[in-house]
Write a protein that binds this ligand. Structure first.
Ligand code: AMP
Length: 249
């Protein structure tokens, strides 16, 4: 069973993001970029499925700038067999990515696509669901456990009220939640080996997809700064402030 793992290049989760002065987006120049953390979980799960003898070849795919090769190399160092870069410098919305991935699925014929549940830069949580809809495949989103059962996949999902278990007919789409696994660190020998693994580069036009955005971002702002707290001298003063200043009681 071939597994496709889409990985996105995003601002590293440790970076404190800064909004551009003109409010058009967040600053990415001279900022550390990494693989989206949920996609690391997706690569790890694909590798674990292969270690259990369930998965065969693992193909990592990234849509984005040429520099997204770095994230593909990380996926290769973690255990993916080869990479595909769909090179595009502009904004890529989830629908455009889902359309690109649909054409890659048609080319590669995977039985399973494992995506992150959301990209930490745009928080869309939409690409996996859109891909499932475009392909007409079943989807197990927010997965915290994946097991193969005959020709199906048993996926435990993290939902508001607890856990839901679904059975998916393959081929299928899964999106990863935080508790699915703890991704491994790539070892030095594996980082060296990854340098020799192949990465194919394509353009959206080669795949017949127009990636032009359908949304325009009107404004990006930082969250309002929290005001400093005040110390009160007594419970009575606290109650008085809650009633007359904060007006919460
Ligand atoms: P989103 O819908 O943007 O929150 O992203 C959900 C998931 O879709 C990510 O965790 C990735 O697995 C995948 N994805 C989104 N954008 C890209 C991209 N540009 N290249 C590869 N995979 C992507």
């Amino acid at each position: 069973m071939k597994v496709l793992v889409p990985v996105k290049r995003v601002v590293d989760y440790n970076v404190k993001v800064r909004v551009k002065a003109d409010g058009s987006g967040v600053e990415t120049a001279n900022v550390k970029m990494s693989m989206n953390p949920f996609d690391e979980i997706a690569v790890e799960e694909a590798v674990r499925l292969r270690e259990k003898g369930v998965a065969g070849e693992i193909v990592a795919v990234s849509c984005g700038p040429n520099a997204a090769q770095e994230q593909l190399r990380t996926a290769l160092a973690m255990g993916a067999d080869r990479g595909i870069l769909v090179e595009h410098d502009g904004v890529l919305e989830p629908l455009a990515v889902a359309k690109l991935l649909k054409t890659i699925v048609a080319k590669e014929g995977p039985a399973l696509v494992i995506l992150g549940k959301q990209a930490i830069d745009d928080d869309m949580s939409a690409t996996g669901q859109m891909l499932a809809a475009l392909l007409g495949w079943g989807q197990g989103t927010f997965a915290s456990k994946i097991e193969k059962e005959g020709e199906s996949l048993r996926v435990t999902r993290e939902v508001d009220g607890g856990l839901e278990t679904v059975s998916l007919k393959l081929p299928a789409i899964v999106t990863t939640d935080l508790r699915l696994n703890e991704p491994r660190y790539a070892s030095l020998p594996n980082i060296m080996k990854a340098r020799k693994k192949p990465i194919e580069t394509l353009k959206p036009a080669d795949l017949g997809v127009d990636p032009t955005p359908r949304l325009s971002v009107l404004k990006v702002e930082e969250p309002a700064k929290r005001q400093a707290g005040k110390k009160v001298g007594s419970v009575q003063e606290l109650v008085e402030k809650l009633r007359n200043e904060a007006k919460v009681i």
